[in-house]
Every structure is written in C-alpha cells, then in structure tokens.
Design a protein around this ligand. Sequence first.
Ligand SMILES: O=C(O)CCC(=O)C(=O)O
Ligand SMILES: [Fe+2]
Length: 318
Amino acid sequence: MTNPLPGLPLIESPLFPVLKAEQGLNAEEEGIAASLYEKGYAVFDFPDADLDARIDRIKRNLSPRYGIDFDDPQSDKTIGERRIQDAWAVNEDVRAIAANEAVLDLLSKLYGRRAFPFQTLNFPVGTQQDAHSDSVHFSSLPERFMCGVWLAMEDVGPDAGPLLYYPGSHRWPIMSNALIGRRGYGGDLSSAQDPYGPAWRALCEVHDAKEEVFLAHKGQALIWCANLLHGGSRQADHRLTRWSQVTHYYFDDCIYYTPAFSDEALGRLALRELASISDGQPRISHYQGEDVRAPPPERKAKGRSIWRKLKRVMSSAF
Ligand SMILES: O=C(O)CCC(=O)C(=O)O
Ligand SMILES: [Fe+2]
C-alpha cells in the first residue's frame, strides 16, 4: 500500500500495523517500532563499538565545566550546573554519539523521513525535571516529526533520579496553546513548559496513568516520541551521579518551531534556526517543497499616533 498519510511518522500512524510490513524491518527493529507505536518509547543498545572510550573522554572533558566535586564520593553532586547544551560543537565524542549513522538510519526507517540531530544535552546528575512532552519546546509541521534519544552513560539505580515516563501518553492530544487557552507568540517564559503542567497533571490523574522509570544499564538508550510525557524523577541520593546524553532529532521536509511561543491558528510561528549536527549545515524549514522563513521584524508605523490616524480618516471623509 502506498502510504496515504505521509504527514504522520510511520510509528505514530494509525495505519502502522499495515505499513510496517513494507519497511523491511529486522526482528530487533520490529520490536523497537512496536514499542514506539504502542507505548511511545523504545529501549535499544547503542550501536557504537567505541562507546565506552567515548563516555570516558566525555566525562573527563566536561567534568570541570559543571562546578561539581566529582572526586569526593560524599559530595553533593546536584549543587552545580545540571546540564551542558550543545557540547557537540566543541566535543567530537558528543558529536559522534549524536550523529551516529546507525541511529539515524533506524530513526529514518521508523519515521519515514530522514532524521537529523539538532541539539545535545549532557547531564552529570538527574534532571528532576517535571513531566512534560518535548513537543511544547520543539515541534514540527506536520506534527510529531521529532524525537529524543536518551543514552545512559553509566548504570542508573532508583536513587539516582532515573528518567521517568508515562507509557501510552504519546497518544494524548498534542499539548498546545490552543488546547489550554492561552496565547504564546512573542511571549517570554523562564520555563516554557510551566503553563501546560496543570493539563498534564489532570490527564495523568483522570487516566490513572502509571509512571515508569528507566533503570538503565550503561550503553542502553531510549527513544521517546515527541508527545510522550517524560521527566526526571527525584534524585534521592545527592552523592550519586547520573551521567547521560540526550540528543534531539528532527526529520527532513518539515517546519521546525517552538509551540510554546506560537499561535498556529493565526500563522504566528516561533520558527527555529537550526543546524544539523551531522554536517553543521543550516536546516531551513520546508513545507510541501517550499522554504519557510520568519517574516522580517514588523516595521513600526513612524509617528502614526492614534490622533494622526484619526485626522487622516477625518480629512479623507470630508
Ligand atoms: O534526562 C531527563 O531526566 C529528562 C531530559 C529531558 O526531558 C529532555 O532532554 O528532553
Ligand atoms: Fe524532555
């Protein structure tokens, strides 16, 4: 069957049960695809023969930048900087993990468009971040062509603030300003996800959603769908580390924007200026073969006070 719904990622399409037969997936890929379709996440072993050496180098290289005393086993590891964004630009190992070709091929197969990595986050401890879906931060038009890959850079026990998620929540409506009745365009928030918290909590309560945590082994990775509710659980033991890398991916031929600061119905989109981590080249938003760029900043009508406007209208009226 030719896919009549190319505007949905394959693994998020209601037609997936039929479409999957044509993707030539091997047994492992089929398991990953089924897990994404049903639960909104999937676990796999990160395919990189040099991974252990990369992880060692990343820890050594980034450690001094967090302001944390990693040498003292008793020290509080959670008091420093919790994350470094886009270390890929200065660290070849972070870049190699983000741009891993086997992962890109896998994601491209699962989504039906070519994947590219656009952001990395390196965490030395648990994020303790409230449950959210990444789609309020990064979304695409068509929707859902975005995912995160979380890589465990050490074994993660229950006291180290493991990643948490709500299986199946990717099927809930995509959270947006329209849905919660607010305007976003031109806004400025220190935490872009805060306005949606009450809606996510209500959905969890009404659906009696059960959170799961990922007690990962070093080298395991987890893909989450754009709308899967996830976060960092409380880190019970502050002496522990929880080294991880998150890479966020988009897919070709989409509009890339920030929904939290957009009003889609009015055509006001906070477009994202992106580069692909794979080749460092900019990626312009596309919609059905057309480039989409932000409009030039609005020019203020000089001196057009309400009185001058009124005078103009009055004079033309007589
Ligand atoms: O690692 C975590 O605890 C969550 C990170 C996260 O939500 C993200 O990077 O999108
Ligand atoms: Fe997230």
